[in-house]
Design a protein around this ligand. Structure first.
Ligand code: ATP
Length: 441
């Protein structure tokens, strides 16, 4: 089987309207990307699936949407102002900058090849700053949030009081985060502007021992539901050198990306560190009075923190396949699970003429209420199937001359390329059934 490379994914993304370089006509901007029509559909589908999983299908999880700009003290309390840094070195010859933990400091400069040219490592804060209000001094500094989690912690009391939530419960949030990443290679894997899907689970101290493995299991199951190949996912437990000083335990879910095993999501046992810090810095009481036994405590937190945009890259890499077909033909196919496919069904009239296009157009309009659809009349039917395969459309419906006689259509399945003849009136139920039973082949 042909190797899946990042270059192939990048090229498909541009060619078919998934992802473009930001401000491309001006030469682009490092670490920033724009999602095209298919990319935004894919990203929204993953986001919606996560949101449904966390808030609708789970007991006791509610959502919030906090603002990106927050009071700067939040980031002092969280430790980001003093600690959210990467060690950086500069090459004294070419002035290129690298993360000290990602290169061999005794080797040559990866940019210019000179040896012994690196400065001593210096800590570089990853937060973007800007100013709010008319003056630009230290007092008006605000940060673009580097994670969504703090928006959840600072709303802990609001949510408890307004929604009468009882511990254990969770707060979920999806949103943009920003980090001034120096090494932004590997496409959308590591960008300066990205999206996170985070859930903070508040529980009684001690019960975190039970919830931590529970959430690890839940999060891995989610990727199975998303149709990701499970042999491309694994756990990585943080060793003593990786573990944040306040964390009790931490695991990452890693995915086998085209460039190797890399972090996709973190599941972390954070103790009462975050709420305690906010209590200290804000002077507001963050304790919870447990009606079960009248005890008062600051809840412990188990966090699940996934990159949404990194999930998009995983979904694309996992789905991508170049297949050799019988007769010397070949195709690129994206095996998206129907839950996340940008287009569910494409309707294709065999010919434009003789009323076939009009008939097919009506079929497509009727399907819109139930599914995302596409309509394509141009080119040979085989080429139109290939185009849909390449963007991961699970089903094609073809309208031909027999359709005009007996109101039946051909339903074609992307993965197996099998076709079956069904009445027009059964398209929706056939697709729903196939979606329920979907297994990648
Ligand atoms: P890394 O070690 O890759 O820099 P991290 O451990 O700092 O990541 P967290 O702070 O735990 O990452 O963030 C949680 C999740 O957010 C990550 O698992 C990843 O999916 C996503 N994420 C973090 N930084 C970026 C980024 N720069 N671009 C895209 N996604 C990111």
């Amino acid at each position: 089987m042909a190797e899946v490379t990042l270059d192939k994914i990048v090229s498909l993304c541009k060619r078919r309207g998934f992802i473009f370089q930001s401000s491309e006509i001006y030469g682009g901007l490092n670490g920033a990307y724009d999602y095209g029509p298919l990319g935004v559909a894919l990203k929204n589908n993953i986001r919606d699936m996560w949101w449904k999983e966390m808030t609708q299908l789970h007991d006791n999880i509610v959502g919030i949407d906090a603002s990106i700009l927050m009071n700067s003290t939040v980031w002092k309390a969280s430790g980001h102002v003093s600690n959210f840094t990467d060690p950086m070195v500069d090459c004294k010859v070419c002035h290129a900058r690298f993360r000290a933990d990602q290169i061999d400091l005794n080797g040559p400069c990866p940019n210019c090849g000179n040896k012994d040219t690196f400065t001593a490592p210096r800590n570089f804060n990853l937060m973007f700053t800007t100013h709010i209000g008319p003056t630009q001094d230290d007092s008006s500094v605000v940060y673009l949030r580097p994670e969504t989690a703090q928006g959840i912690y600072v709303n802990f009391k609001n949510v408890v009081q307004s929604c009468r939530m009882k511990v254990p419960f969770g707060i979920a949030q999806v949103g943009k985060s920003f980090r001034n990443e120096i090494t932004t290679k590997n496409f959308i894997f590591r960008s300066c502007e990205f999206e996170q899907m985070e859930m903070q689970w508040f529980c009684k101290p001690g019960t975190d021992e039970k919830w931590f493995p529970y959430w690890r299991e839940q999060r891995m199951k989610f990727y199975d539901k998303m149709g990701i190949r499970m042999d491309h996912l694994r756990w990585h437990q943080h060793g003593p050198d990786e573990l944040a000083f306040y964390a009790k335990d931490a695991y990452d879910i890693q995915y086998l990306f085209p460039m190797g095993w890399q972090e996709l999501e973190g599941v972390h046992s954070r103790t009462d560190y975050d709420l305690t810090q906010h209590q200290k810095f804000s002077g507001k009481d963050m304790t919870y009075l447990d009606p079960a036994d009248n005890s008062r405590y600051i809840p412990y937190v188990v966090e699940t923190s996934a990159g949404l945009t990194r999930n998009v890259l995983m979904a694309l890499s996992d789905a991508y396949e170049e297949q050799q077909l019988e007769g010397g033909d070949s195709r690129v196919v994206l095996h998206f699970h129907p839950n996340i496919a940008p287009i569910m069904v494409a309707v294709l009239p065999l010919m434009k003429k003789d009323g076939l296009a009009e008939y097919a157009s009506k079929v497509e309009h009727d399907l819109r209420e139930d599914f995302t659809t596409d309509f394509d009349v141009s080119g040979a039917i085989g080429r139109r199937y290939r185009r849909q395969d390449e963007v991961g459309t699970p089903y094609c419906v073809t309208v031909d001359y027999d359709t005009l006689k007996d109101n039946t259509v051909t339903l074609r399945f992307r993965d197996s390329m099998e076709q079956k003849r069904i009445p027009v009136s059964e398209i929706v139920s056939e697709i729903r059934k196939a979606n329920k039973e979907y297994k990648r082949v």
